[in-house]
Design a protein around this ligand. Structure first.
Ligand code: CA
Length: 227
Protein backbone atom coordinates (compact mmCIF):
# COMPACT_ATOMS: atom_id res chain seq x y z
CA UNK A 1 0.00 0.00 0.00
CA UNK A 2 1.50 3.32 -1.03
CA UNK A 3 1.86 6.12 1.49
CA UNK A 4 -0.92 8.68 1.43
CA UNK A 5 0.19 11.68 -0.61
CA UNK A 6 -0.50 15.27 0.47
CA UNK A 7 0.19 18.23 -1.83
CA UNK A 8 0.97 21.43 0.08
CA UNK A 9 0.37 24.67 -1.82
CA UNK A 10 1.73 27.46 0.39
CA UNK A 11 3.85 30.46 -0.58
CA UNK A 12 5.39 31.07 2.85
CA UNK A 13 8.51 28.88 3.02
CA UNK A 14 8.47 28.49 6.83
CA UNK A 15 4.82 27.39 6.86
CA UNK A 16 5.45 25.03 3.96
CA UNK A 17 8.38 23.46 5.81
CA UNK A 18 6.57 23.02 9.14
CA UNK A 19 3.60 21.45 7.43
CA UNK A 20 5.72 19.19 5.26
CA UNK A 21 7.87 18.13 8.18
CA UNK A 22 4.90 17.24 10.37
CA UNK A 23 3.03 15.39 7.63
CA UNK A 24 6.12 13.34 6.77
CA UNK A 25 6.73 12.61 10.46
CA UNK A 26 3.27 11.03 10.48
CA UNK A 27 4.05 8.84 7.49
CA UNK A 28 2.61 10.89 4.66
CA UNK A 29 4.43 11.57 1.41
CA UNK A 30 4.38 15.27 0.56
CA UNK A 31 4.89 17.34 -2.54
CA UNK A 32 5.08 21.09 -2.21
CA UNK A 33 4.19 24.00 -4.48
CA UNK A 34 4.93 27.66 -3.81
CA UNK A 35 2.13 29.21 -5.84
CA UNK A 36 -1.20 28.35 -7.42
CA UNK A 37 0.13 27.88 -10.93
CA UNK A 38 2.76 25.41 -9.75
CA UNK A 39 0.12 23.69 -7.62
CA UNK A 40 -2.11 23.04 -10.64
CA UNK A 41 0.84 21.66 -12.63
CA UNK A 42 1.82 19.37 -9.75
CA UNK A 43 -1.70 17.96 -9.45
CA UNK A 44 -1.46 16.90 -13.11
CA UNK A 45 2.02 15.45 -12.73
CA UNK A 46 1.44 13.47 -9.54
CA UNK A 47 -2.17 13.43 -8.33
CA UNK A 48 -2.33 13.76 -4.52
CA UNK A 49 -4.82 12.11 -2.14
CA UNK A 50 -5.41 15.40 -0.30
CA UNK A 51 -4.47 19.03 -1.00
CA UNK A 52 -3.68 21.60 1.68
CA UNK A 53 -4.19 24.88 -0.13
CA UNK A 54 -3.35 28.35 1.09
CA UNK A 55 -5.94 31.00 0.25
CA UNK A 56 -3.60 33.90 -0.54
CA UNK A 57 -1.10 32.80 -3.18
CA UNK A 58 0.83 34.61 -5.90
CA UNK A 59 -0.04 34.06 -9.60
CA UNK A 60 -3.18 31.93 -9.26
CA UNK A 61 -5.03 32.34 -5.91
CA UNK A 62 -6.00 29.40 -3.74
CA UNK A 63 -9.68 30.09 -4.44
CA UNK A 64 -9.06 29.91 -8.19
CA UNK A 65 -7.01 26.70 -7.84
CA UNK A 66 -9.86 25.18 -5.82
CA UNK A 67 -12.49 26.29 -8.34
CA UNK A 68 -10.54 24.89 -11.29
CA UNK A 69 -9.86 21.52 -9.62
CA UNK A 70 -13.47 21.14 -8.51
CA UNK A 71 -14.70 21.81 -12.07
CA UNK A 72 -12.63 18.98 -13.57
CA UNK A 73 -13.98 15.43 -13.54
CA UNK A 74 -10.53 13.94 -12.97
CA UNK A 75 -9.67 16.13 -9.95
CA UNK A 76 -13.09 16.90 -8.42
CA UNK A 77 -12.90 14.15 -5.82
CA UNK A 78 -9.52 15.18 -4.37
CA UNK A 79 -10.29 16.69 -0.93
CA UNK A 80 -9.08 20.27 -0.50
CA UNK A 81 -8.38 21.83 2.90
CA UNK A 82 -8.21 25.58 2.52
CA UNK A 83 -5.97 27.69 4.78
CA UNK A 84 -6.76 31.33 5.39
CA UNK A 85 -5.47 34.10 7.58
CA UNK A 86 -8.92 35.65 7.63
CA UNK A 87 -11.55 34.34 9.95
CA UNK A 88 -14.65 36.21 8.86
CA UNK A 89 -17.68 34.05 8.31
CA UNK A 90 -18.15 35.47 4.84
CA UNK A 91 -14.75 34.11 3.87
CA UNK A 92 -15.68 30.74 5.24
CA UNK A 93 -18.83 30.66 3.17
CA UNK A 94 -16.96 31.76 0.06
CA UNK A 95 -14.37 29.09 0.69
CA UNK A 96 -16.99 26.41 0.90
CA UNK A 97 -18.79 27.72 -2.19
CA UNK A 98 -15.65 27.12 -4.21
CA UNK A 99 -16.01 23.47 -3.26
CA UNK A 100 -13.30 23.29 -0.59
CA UNK A 101 -13.91 20.26 1.63
CA UNK A 102 -12.65 21.86 4.81
CA UNK A 103 -11.35 25.17 6.02
CA UNK A 104 -8.70 26.03 8.62
CA UNK A 105 -7.97 29.55 9.88
CA UNK A 106 -4.38 30.64 10.48
CA UNK A 107 -2.72 30.51 12.92
CA UNK A 108 -3.63 26.88 13.38
CA UNK A 109 -2.29 24.19 15.69
CA UNK A 110 -0.41 21.60 13.64
CA UNK A 111 -2.16 18.76 15.50
CA UNK A 112 -5.52 20.23 14.51
CA UNK A 113 -4.55 20.43 10.83
CA UNK A 114 -3.16 16.86 10.95
CA UNK A 115 -6.51 15.70 12.31
CA UNK A 116 -8.32 17.46 9.45
CA UNK A 117 -5.99 15.86 6.88
CA UNK A 118 -6.67 12.43 8.40
CA UNK A 119 -10.42 13.08 8.32
CA UNK A 120 -10.26 13.84 4.59
CA UNK A 121 -7.99 10.84 3.93
CA UNK A 122 -10.40 8.59 5.77
CA UNK A 123 -13.02 9.51 3.18
CA UNK A 124 -10.86 8.83 0.13
CA UNK A 125 -8.42 6.18 1.37
CA UNK A 126 -9.79 4.78 4.63
CA UNK A 127 -7.29 1.94 4.80
CA UNK A 128 -4.37 4.37 5.12
CA UNK A 129 -5.59 6.12 8.26
CA UNK A 130 -5.70 4.49 11.64
CA UNK A 131 -8.71 5.67 13.55
CA UNK A 132 -7.97 4.22 16.98
CA UNK A 133 -4.70 4.93 18.77
CA UNK A 134 -3.80 2.69 21.67
CA UNK A 135 -1.15 2.77 24.37
CA UNK A 136 -1.19 0.11 27.10
CA UNK A 137 -4.77 0.24 28.43
CA UNK A 138 -5.51 3.67 26.95
CA UNK A 139 -7.47 3.94 23.72
CA UNK A 140 -8.16 7.13 21.76
CA UNK A 141 -10.53 7.41 18.82
CA UNK A 142 -9.38 10.37 16.74
CA UNK A 143 -12.71 10.55 14.92
CA UNK A 144 -15.22 10.45 17.78
CA UNK A 145 -12.75 11.96 20.33
CA UNK A 146 -13.64 9.12 22.71
CA UNK A 147 -10.88 8.24 25.16
CA UNK A 148 -10.97 5.20 27.44
CA UNK A 149 -8.63 3.70 29.99
CA UNK A 150 -9.19 0.11 31.02
CA UNK A 151 -12.54 0.34 29.25
CA UNK A 152 -13.71 3.33 31.32
CA UNK A 153 -14.52 6.48 29.40
CA UNK A 154 -12.45 9.55 30.29
CA UNK A 155 -13.61 13.13 29.88
CA UNK A 156 -10.81 15.31 28.50
CA UNK A 157 -10.88 18.99 27.59
CA UNK A 158 -9.95 19.87 23.97
CA UNK A 159 -6.37 20.86 24.87
CA UNK A 160 -5.79 17.69 26.93
CA UNK A 161 -7.25 15.65 24.06
CA UNK A 162 -4.80 17.18 21.57
CA UNK A 163 -1.92 16.67 24.02
CA UNK A 164 -2.82 13.01 24.48
CA UNK A 165 -3.22 12.53 20.71
CA UNK A 166 0.26 13.97 20.18
CA UNK A 167 1.71 11.65 22.82
CA UNK A 168 -0.14 8.58 21.57
CA UNK A 169 0.97 9.07 17.98
CA UNK A 170 4.58 8.59 19.12
CA UNK A 171 4.79 6.73 22.44
CA UNK A 172 8.20 7.10 24.09
CA UNK A 173 9.12 10.20 22.14
CA UNK A 174 10.27 13.08 24.33
CA UNK A 175 8.53 16.35 23.49
CA UNK A 176 9.93 19.68 24.64
CA UNK A 177 7.45 22.25 25.94
CA UNK A 178 8.10 24.36 22.82
CA UNK A 179 7.34 21.41 20.52
CA UNK A 180 4.12 20.75 22.40
CA UNK A 181 3.18 24.43 22.12
CA UNK A 182 3.70 24.27 18.34
CA UNK A 183 1.66 21.14 17.89
CA UNK A 184 -1.10 21.59 20.39
CA UNK A 185 -1.59 25.37 20.57
CA UNK A 186 -0.11 26.59 17.27
CA UNK A 187 3.18 28.36 16.83
CA UNK A 188 1.83 31.86 16.22
CA UNK A 189 -0.15 31.98 19.44
CA UNK A 190 1.65 33.39 22.45
CA UNK A 191 1.32 30.95 25.32
CA UNK A 192 3.76 30.69 28.21
CA UNK A 193 5.52 27.33 28.38
CA UNK A 194 4.21 26.96 31.96
CA UNK A 195 0.75 26.62 30.40
CA UNK A 196 1.98 23.30 29.01
CA UNK A 197 2.75 22.14 32.56
CA UNK A 198 -0.74 23.14 33.71
CA UNK A 199 -2.43 21.11 30.96
CA UNK A 200 -0.08 18.15 31.47
CA UNK A 201 -1.20 18.24 35.12
CA UNK A 202 -4.86 18.16 34.07
CA UNK A 203 -4.21 15.34 31.62
CA UNK A 204 -2.45 13.29 34.32
CA UNK A 205 -5.30 13.86 36.74
CA UNK A 206 -7.88 12.50 34.29
CA UNK A 207 -5.68 9.58 33.19
CA UNK A 208 -5.10 8.45 36.79
CA UNK A 209 -8.56 9.14 38.24
CA UNK A 210 -9.48 5.43 38.05
CA UNK A 211 -6.32 4.51 39.95
CA UNK A 212 -4.00 3.53 37.08
CA UNK A 213 -0.31 4.49 37.07
CA UNK A 214 0.63 7.87 35.61
CA UNK A 215 1.74 7.11 32.00
CA UNK A 216 3.14 10.61 31.36
CA UNK A 217 6.84 10.80 32.12
CA UNK A 218 8.59 14.06 33.02
CA UNK A 219 12.03 14.14 31.44
CA UNK A 220 14.12 16.54 33.46
CA UNK A 221 15.47 19.40 31.35
CA UNK A 222 13.82 18.01 28.21
CA UNK A 223 10.04 17.83 28.49
CA UNK A 224 7.45 15.08 28.53
CA UNK A 225 6.90 11.65 27.04
CA UNK A 226 4.22 8.99 27.12
CA UNK A 227 5.69 5.80 28.52
CA1 CA B 1 -0.06 32.96 1.52
Amino acid sequence: MSQPHVLIVEDEPAQREVLGYNLEAEGFRTTRAEDGEQGLIMVDEDAPDVIVLDWMLPNVSGIEVCRQLKMRNDTRSIPIIMLSARSEEVDKVRGLETGADDYVVKPYAVAELMARVRTQLRRVRPSTVGQILTFEDISLDSETHRVTRGGNELKLGPTEFRLLTTFMEKPGRVWSREQLLDRVWGRDIYVDTRTVDVHIGRLRKVLTQQGGADPVRTVRGAGYALG
